[in-house]
Structure formats: C-alpha cells, structure tokens
Design a protein around this ligand. Structure first.
Ligand code: HEC
Ligand code: HEC
Ligand code: HEC
Ligand code: HEC
Ligand code: HEC
Length: 191
C-alpha cells in the first residue's frame, strides 16, 4: 500500500515541481524581455513649445541643416535658430499654414507671427540630446572630419519630432575615437 502511494506521489510531485519551475521561469524571462533596453537611455523626443517638424523644412522647403544650425562646423554647439530666422519665411513671405491641409499648421505658425512671442530669445525649445555637465562635446572637429549629422543623429529629415537614436554614451564615443585614431585620454572629453 505505502509503496503504491510513493509510486504515484513521486511522479505527481515531480510533475508539479516541473510545472512551477516552468511557470516561474516563463514569467522571469517574459518580464525581462518586456523591459525597455536599459543600455539605451533615450526614447521619444520631448513635446516642444511649437510643433516644429523637420520633415517639412528639410524635405519640402529644402533647407540645409546649417541654415538653422549655423555654428555646427565652427563651434562647440550646433545652435538652434532664433525666431527672427523663422520669420524670414513665416512673416515676410507669409507662409502661414493657411494653404496647408494640416489643421495644426496654421495655429503653430501663428505662435511665430502673432504677438504671442516677444523678446530676443522667446522659444524655450526642450533639449533632446543632453550630455552630463562633466563631459565636453564639440561639434566642429567632427563636422570638419567629414561625419554627417546622420552619423550621430539619424535621419532627422524624416522626424516629425526629433528623438535621440544613437546611444552616445562614453563607450560609444571612445569606440569611435579608437577606430578613427582620435584622442582617447580622459581630458579629451572631461574637464
Ligand atoms: C528651419 C530650421 C531648421 C532646419 C533647416 C533644421 N533644423 Fe534641426 N532644429 C531646429 C529647431 C527649431 C530645433 C529645436 C526644436 C526641436 O528639437 O525640434 C531643432 C532641433 C534639432 C536637433 C535636436 C537638438 C537637441 O535638443 O538635442 C537636432 C539633432 C537637429 N535639429 C538636427 C538637424 C539636422 C541634422 C538638420 C538637417 C537634416 C536640421 N536639424 C535642420 C531647426 C532646424
Ligand atoms: C559625432 C557625433 C555628432 C555629429 C556628427 C553631430 N552631432 Fe549634434 N550632437 C551630438 C551630441 C553628443 C550632442 C549633445 C551635446 C551636449 O549635450 O553637450 C549633440 C547636440 C546637437 C544639438 C543640440 C545642442 C547644440 O549643440 O546646439 C543640435 C542642434 C545638433 N546636435 C545638430 C547637429 C547637426 C545639424 C549636425 C550635422 C551638421 C550634427 N549635430 C552632427 C553629436 C553629434
Ligand atoms: C525657408 C523658409 C522657412 C523657414 C526659414 C522656416 N520655415 Fe516653417 N515652414 C516653411 C514651409 C514652406 C512650410 C510648409 C507650409 C505649410 O504647411 O503651409 C512650413 C511650415 C511650418 C510649420 C507647420 C508645419 C505643419 O505642417 O504642421 C511650423 C510649425 C513651422 N513651419 C515652424 C517654423 C519654425 C519654428 C521655424 C524657425 C525655427 C521655421 N518654421 C522656419 C518654410 C520655412
Ligand atoms: C563617429 C565617430 C565619433 C563619435 C561617435 C564621437 N567622436 Fe569625438 N571625435 C571623432 C574624431 C575622428 C575626432 C578627431 C577630429 C580631429 O582629429 O580633428 C573627434 C574629436 C573629438 C573631440 C576634440 C578632441 C581634440 O582634442 O581635438 C572631442 C572633445 C570629442 N571628439 C568628444 C566626443 C564625445 C564626448 C563623444 C560622444 C558623445 C564623441 N566625441 C563621439 C569621432 C567621433
Ligand atoms: C571620447 C570621449 C570620452 C573619453 C575619452 C572619456 N570619457 Fe568618460 N564619459 C564620456 C561621456 C559621453 C560620458 C557620459 C555618458 C555616460 O555616462 O556614459 C562619460 C562619463 C564618465 C563617467 C561617469 C559615469 C557615470 O556613470 O556617471 C566617468 C566616471 C568617466 N566618464 C570617466 C572617464 C575616465 C576615467 C576616462 C579616461 C580613462 C574617460 N572617462 C574618458 C566620454 C568620454
């Protein structure tokens, strides 16, 4: 009698244990997979005070990146244009969005040409890329070396909202420096 019980109990317990292990395993793996990739500390771009689409300006209006990001090949920062530069088209030549099919275009452009915005530096664009303060990055040598914007920023021309697409962490910078015989001592990038 005792023997029969063991003969039944052992496989039943074995099976139950296997099931528990499989289930726990499944949930561990499953929750691990559904985590966002931790190495990539970036995601969707921030909401901007004016919904400025790169798509229209680079593709439809045919503007060069450096028309707006004027200091990218000479300075540390690429620079973001002042409203006066937007008004070059959205005021004097009266591109108001009225003709456009997009219901938001007119309202967004109105922020530029109406009296909603005044003063010398009125638009507080939210930063998309932002290195910590202890790191120095300078655009100029990279552009002079012949790297295109897309090497680090991806296909901005097709982004309605700019987002960070490249890691740009220390390892990423150092790997590229090593591959291109650029300096890798700490003081190159750290003050
Ligand atoms: C008509 C002017 C204009 C043109 C042309 C333009 N940009 Fe911009 N760019 C802006 C403005 C305004 C912002 C800030 C708002 C935003 O992030 O969308 C910006 C933001 C960016 C940012 C994000 C900056 C940050 O905060 O990290 C990148 C990167 C960028 N532009 C790259 C490019 C590249 C590459 C091109 C050419 C393919 C280009 N831009 C063409 C006006 C322009
Ligand atoms: C080697 C990589 C690299 C290349 C190439 C590059 N960028 Fe950047 N860009 C960065 C990094 C890194 C930051 C963040 C800098 C910081 O936070 O100090 C940045 C920030 C920016 C910003 C926001 C801050 C600022 O500097 O005004 C703009 C705008 C920008 N880039 C535009 C451009 C444009 C336009 C080009 C091409 C002409 C370009 N970048 C090429 C790496 C790059
Ligand atoms: C060289 C001319 C030119 C310059 C400079 C320019 N734009 Fe534009 N912009 C255009 C054109 C063309 C359109 C498309 C017109 C339309 O949608 O009716 C447009 C459309 C827009 C729209 C509506 C987009 C949509 O379809 O939803 C916004 C918002 C805008 N621009 C903001 C800006 C801002 C902000 C700046 C300055 C950083 C700027 N523009 C600089 C030519 C320009
Ligand atoms: C796509 C490759 C690439 C990436 C990515 C890159 N760099 Fe560079 N960087 C270079 C090259 C090549 C040079 C050397 C240019 C020269 O010799 O003038 C350079 C030069 C520099 C310089 C100037 C060094 C000097 O003393 O002249 C600094 C600072 C710098 N990089 C910082 C960074 C930081 C910080 C990052 C990451 C956020 C980064 N770089 C990402 C390729 C890259
Ligand atoms: C080519 C550029 C570059 C060089 C060279 C470089 N760093 Fe960095 N470092 C970065 C960037 C970009 C960050 C910020 C992003 C990050 O945390 O990875 C950083 C971050 C750091 C941090 C902070 C990490 C954290 O978790 O906050 C330390 C510490 C550091 N670096 C030490 C060093 C030391 C020590 C050296 C020399 C052996 C060095 N770095 C060389 C680009 C560089």
């Amino acid at each position: 009698m005792g023997n029969t019980l063991i003969k039944i109990a052992v496989p039943v317990i074995g099976l139950a244990a296997a099931l528990v292990i499989a289930l726990v395993g499944y949930f561990v793996v499953q929750s691990w997979w559904s985590q966002p990739p931790a190495v990539l500390g970036f995601g969707d771009g921030p909401t901007q005070p004016i919904a400025f689409p790169h798509t229209v300006h680079v593709t439809t209006a045919g503007l060069d990146c450096q028309f707006c990001h004027r200091t990218v090949s000479t300075d540390e920062a690429a620079g973001v244009p002042a409203v006066a530069q937007c008004r070059f088209c959205h005021d004097f030549t009266r591109i108001t969005g009225e003709q456009s099919e997009s219901p938001t275009a007119e309202a967004e452009i109105a922020k530029l040409i109406g009296d909603l915005i005044e003063g010398p530096d009125p638009v507080n664009w939210a930063r998309v890329h932002r290195l910590p303060d202890h790191v120095q990055f300078v655009h100029a040598p990279h552009i002079q070396q012949g790297f295109s914007c897309s090497t680090c920023h991806g296909d901005i021309a097709s982004m309605e909202v700019v987002e960070q697409v490249r890691n740009l962490k220390m390892r990423d910078c150092v790997d590229c420096h090593r591959n291109n015989e650029a300096p890798t001592d700490c003081t190159t990038c750290h003050y």
